[in-house]
Design a protein. Structure first.
Length: 89
């Protein structure tokens, strides 16, 4: 059910990091690591499973929207996640 803006104590602009602001150009990251970075956390920060599911839900569209600015690295094995990094060319 929608809520009126007045029902919130505060509202904030919906702003996201650009890939250049978020990612080290020399590193590659998993979706889970990108999700943590988008929340202002370190890539290896411990988060509970429920929190990780929520922040990954934010990270996947961010990766898709910023795909032109990213590169993808093949996972080392079929059981490992893919890695994403900043396009530098």
């Amino acid at each position: 059910m929608p809520r009126s803006k007045e029902s919130f104590e505060e509202i904030y602009p919906c702003e996201f990091y650009t890939p250049e602001e978020l990612l080290d150009p020399e590193q590659m990251y998993t979706i889970q690591e990108i999700a943590r970075l988008l929340q202002g956390l370190e890539p290896d920060a411990e988060v509970d499973e429920g929190t990780e599911a929520v922040i990954v839900d934010w990270a996947v569209p961010w990766v898709m929207i910023n795909a032109d600015d990213l590169v993808i690295g093949e996972p080392p094995t079929d059981d490992d996640p893919g890695y994403y990094g900043l396009r530098t060319d």
